[in-house]
Design a protein around this ligand. Structure first.
Ligand code: SF4
Ligand code: SF4
Length: 395
């Protein structure tokens, strides 16, 4: 076999935490140890040799790379001190940039060097929108006590639709839309690459309903229940942080959707539906429970990552921390804005609220390039794994 290593690819793996890949001497202990590896397609030994050879095309088209939960079981058992879990993590980080769309944004979000620009984009967008809204001023203490942040982007007398909501929707919906569209483009590209690599005939396809019922839905259930993740041993604590974090995201997503429907659709018919939810509103309760789960999950993941860095000597990369920083920023600025409102400090309150909007926009816009992408790409990989073993792929 004529191996043409992609040296640039090997270099980027090393930079993203895969610097131990050269230590591997192919004993296969890791494939035997890995609780998620299957007999028919064991990993991560083969990925280690492909990485050493710089076989980028094979690795980014390999669903096994995305099935790994980076639990560290293999890393602990490796007799050579290689860290296959970290190498697979580095391959995934590379793949998310490779599949990412638009490419310049995906590249920017792949390293800490891009951080000033990543923060600068939402800062400029929100600042310009604040300027355009004509509401750019700090309110008096009385106005702040009466309205909080509900007139950050100003106020108009059109009772059907609040100006503040209009501007927030104008900023956040396109950001989320772009994030979701980018994720969709990335996943479809990944699926196509994997199908071609596995030699699947594209002429035989199930209907959308059949695909959802037989392949997609069972994968979603498996991921939500964390069934495979629970099989890991060394780093099982990660499940305790990962699960509440994922459920918190689902909860907050439901609340956000309901909030949009309530304010922007139903509120046009029944104006009384505008405004903040009552504390006893089920959606408010769901929002608060999700916020607590989010903070709990993030604190577990934070301490767990620190522990892994010390005990397993794993290197933290920008990719590992970016989503954790983003969520922490959303939580801290949100809580800070609320506390400053109670304290009656409009100047600091408005500054922190501005940063809160910036951090939310970052979360939406960079969604397909952070660890959040796991949720999307891993679901696709689980689905592909089931699909490739089905009769459709065998035809
Ligand atoms: S990574 Fe370690 S355990 Fe796995 S094949 Fe290489 S040397 Fe063996
Ligand atoms: S990190 Fe865990 S899931 Fe990933 S290859 Fe190693 S043992 Fe398997």
């Amino acid at each position: 076999m004529n191996v043409q290593p992609d040296l640039e690819f090997i270099r980027s793996l090393k930079e993203a935490g895969g610097d131990t890949l050269k230590k591997c001497y192919q004993c296969a202990t890791c494939s035997v140890t890995c609780p998620l590896s299957k007999d028919g397609s064991p990993f991560p030994r083969k990925e280690m040799i492909w990485s050493q050879w710089g076989l980028k095309e094979k690795l980014i088209a390999d669903p096994d790379v995305f099935l790994c939960h980076q639990c560290g079981d293999c890393t602990e058992s490796c007799p050579r001190g290689a860290k296959p879990g970290d190498v697979l993590g580095a391959i995934r980080a590379y793949a998310y940039t490779f599949y990412g769309w638009p490419a310049p944004l995906a590249k920017l979000a792949s390293s800490a060097k891009g951080l000033p620009m990543l923060i600068g984009i939402p800062v400029v967008v929100i600042f310009v929108m604040w300027l355009i809204s004509g509401a750019m001023h700090i309110p008096t203490s009385e106005q702040f006590a009466d309205h909080g942040y509900q007139q950050f982007f100003g106020h108009w007398d059109f009772k059907w639709y609040a100006k503040n909501i209009f501007f927030i929707v104008l900023i956040m919906v396109p950001s989320l839309g772009l994030g979701l569209f980018s994720a969709f483009k990335g996943v479809t590209r990944m699926w196509k690459t994997m199908s071609e690599n596995a030699g699947i005939n594209p002429d035989y396809r199930p209907s959308v309903g059949q695909f959802t019922k037989e392949f997609l839905w069972p994968s979603v259930v498996e991921i939500v229940q964390h069934n495979r993740f629970r099989e890991c041993t060394v780093n099982i604590d990660r499940v305790r942080g990962h699960l509440p974090l994922m459920l918190a995201f689902i909860g907050l997503f439901i609340v956000t959707c309901w909030s949009l429907i309530k304010n922007d659709v139903l509120g046009l018919i029944w104006p009384s539906l505008h405004g903040p939810m009552l504390l006893i509103d089920p959606f408010k309760i769901l929002a608060n429970v999700s916020a607590i789960a989010l903070l709990f999950g993030i604190s577990v993941l934070w301490s767990n990552r620190k522990k892994a860095e010390q005990e397993l000597d794993t290197k933290a990369t920008f990719y590992d921390w970016f989503l954790i920083w983003e969520i922490t920023a959303v939580g801290i600025t949100g809580l800070g804005a609320e506390l400053l409102r109670w304290a009656g400090a409009p100047t600091f309150g408005y500054i922190v609220y501005f940063l809160h909007l910036v951090s939310i926009m970052m979360l939406f816009l960079y969604l397909p390039y952070t660890k959040f992408a796991h949720l999307i790409y891993r679901t696709a990989a689980y689905t592909f794994e089931k699909y490739r073993e089905s009769a459709f792929a065998q035809k």
